[in-house]
Design a protein around this ligand. Structure first.
Ligand SMILES: [Zn+2]
Length: 101
């Protein structure tokens, strides 16, 4: 099995799948019974995902995964705290400079 990809936004391991609509969907690399994407591999190793339905429920060769966009915390985890942190440092430095002058 190939190693999972890494989400560029939050660094979580993800798996790129192709949906029935031939779109790319990133799912969390680990199966999740709460997910709504039925993930399987075709004969050429391509990861496929689809939504289970009443007519076509989850098959034995499929695993439920959570679509990654539902749980991606890229912005909160990676960008905002860093920005806030830099902002605080800059403000503190300005205050110190004003205090000296
Ligand atoms: Zn992510």
């Amino acid at each position: 099995m190939p190693p999972p990809s890494i989400c560029a936004a939050c660094g979580a391991p993800i798996r790129w799948t192709i949906t029935e609509g031939r779109k790319r969907l990133a799912v969390n690399a680990s199966p999740d019974p709460a997910g709504n994407a039925a993930v399987s591999r075709d004969g050429r190793g391509t990861w496929l995902s689809r939504r289970p339905t009443q007519d076509l429920p989850l098959a034995p060769y499929e695993r439920l995964h959570m679509p990654h966009p539902a749980t991606c915390k890229g912005r909160e985890a990676a960008e905002e705290p860093l920005t806030r942190c830099l902002g605080v440092i800059r403000l503190d430095e300005r205050r110190r400079e004003r205090g000296r002058g």
